[in-house]
Ligand binder design. Structure first.
Ligand code: NAP
Ligand code: F7E
Length: 336
């Protein structure tokens, strides 16, 4: 019988790539979607066809991380083998504006899900989307599984809470529960307000004459950026291990926001200095200056390593936004 997986956050960047990966491996995939006044399934539309007609085994269910009962009902009915918890209020800058909501969804949402697992399907394997933002004001370089956390935002603090709840449910109740501590990863499906996508989307619009300036915040921050489709592969590998554990997933290379901008504008043969302006509104009350991960444990135990180089990744994103805008302008909307 096909394995059954449940994904929270299936409509997000990672959720969409993970759904693709699991379907390609023959899983029956169930995704939690939340009610929204506009369509929020754009990233998975290409996967979602009537299962009775096309045989694609993707099923979507309404639920919300703020609603424990909806999670309990889902797990009770579905009895999944694997649960990938990717749902979150995931924007760091926004978490300073809505700290209470971020705590409710990104922190307590995890406890609601863990409680539902304990109650309804304790044999299910659980993946927690932990983040390099937990290292914040870094205590060591590079960051590894045993590097102490020092979060610098409500988002980072909420993820530290979820990390420890995952460890606690593993130790207290014997759940197969795993933290993937993923460093930044991106793709053409990255949300439009994260820095990399904001830049590549703006470049396409500047080239098309639709905008002239790009307003940015801190250009000096450094991030370890990988390619999202490779990172969801690591999530899957983690849940194939005999026991729950914690793994850093990163490229081991770091680049500043300015380097990303320079590379991306160069791909489009534009001079970034002519277009990029600084707007203090995009600065954060506290910044994470430098992130660089050491994924040697993932390499050793999972056989995982990054493949796509920084330059290639920038090129993929610039090209994809160019193609997307061209399709939109010609009336043919396509998703990367
Ligand atoms: P994303 O694109 O922002 O997706 C977040 C997902 O969570 C969306 O499907 C969103 O639904 C859903 N969601 C938000 N609030 C919810 C709620 N109240 N109830 C149910 N679902 C809710 O994030 P991502 O980049 O794919 O990241 C996936 C996970 O990894 C997140 O937990 C993120 O914090 C974490 N993470 C990301 C990175 C990275 O670089 N991408 C690195 C480390 C960790 P809507 O589509 O309806 O908004
Ligand atoms: O910012 C700087 C900003 O918003 C990266 C999430 O997926 O990765 C992501 O969080 C850097 C920061 O991502 C702008 O100050 C400059 O230093 O793209 P970002 P993030 O904060 O690193 C982690 C691992 C997660 O877990 C999160 O869920 O870029 N920056 N100017 C800017 N950032 C934005 N968004 N917009 C700017 O104009």
């Amino acid at each position: 019988m096909a394995k059954k997986a449940l994904i929270s956050g299936v409509t997000g960047q990672d959720g969409s790539y993970l759904a693709e990966l699991l379907l390609s491996k023959g899983y029956e995939v169930h995704g939690v979607i939340r009610r929204s006044s506009s369509f929020n399934t754009d990233r998975i539309e290409h996967l979602y066809q009537d299962p009775h007609v096309h045989g694609v085994k993707l099923f979507l269910h309404y639920g919300d991380l703020s609603d424990g009962a909806s999670l309990q009902h889902l797990l009770h009915d579905l009895q999944p083998d694997e649960i990938y918890h990717l749902g979150a209020q995931s924007h760091v800058r926004v978490s300073f504006d809505i700290p209470e909501y971020t705590g409710d969804i990104t922190a307590l949402g995890t406890t609601r899900l863990l409680e539902a697992i304990r109650e309804c399907c304790p044999k299910a394997r659980f993946y927690q989307a932990s983040s390099s933002e937990m290292y914040g004001l870094v205590q060591a370089v590079p960051q590894r599984e045993d590097t102490p956390f020092y979060p610098r935002s409500p988002y980072g603090a909420a993820k530290v809470y979820s990390y420890w709840m995952t460890v606690n449910y593993r130790e207290s109740y014997g759940l197969h529960a795993t933290n993937g501590i993923l460093f930044n990863h991106k793709s053409p499906r990255r949300g439009e307000t994260f820095v990399t996508r904001k830049v590549t989307r703006a470049i396409a619009r500047i080239k098309a004459g639709l905008q002239q300036d790009l307003f940015m915040g801190n250009l000096e921050a450094k991030r370890d950026w990988g390619y999202a489709p490779e990172y969801v592969e690591a999530m899957w590998l983690m849940l194939q291990q005999e026991k729950g554990d914690d793994f850093v997933v990163a490229t081991g290379e770091t680049h500043s926001v300015q380097e990303f901008i320079e590379e991306a504008f160069a791909c489009a043969k534009l001079d970034w200095k002519q277009h990029v302006k600084i707007d203090p509104r995009y600065y954060r009350p506290a910044e994470v200056d430098l992130l660089i991960g050491d994924a040697s444990k993932a390499k050793r135990l999972l056989g995982w390593q990054p493949k796509t180089t920084f330059k290639n990744l920038v090129r993929i994103m610039v090209q994809a936004d160019d193609d997307l805008l061209a399709a939109q302008l010609s009336g043919k909307h396509v998703r990367a």
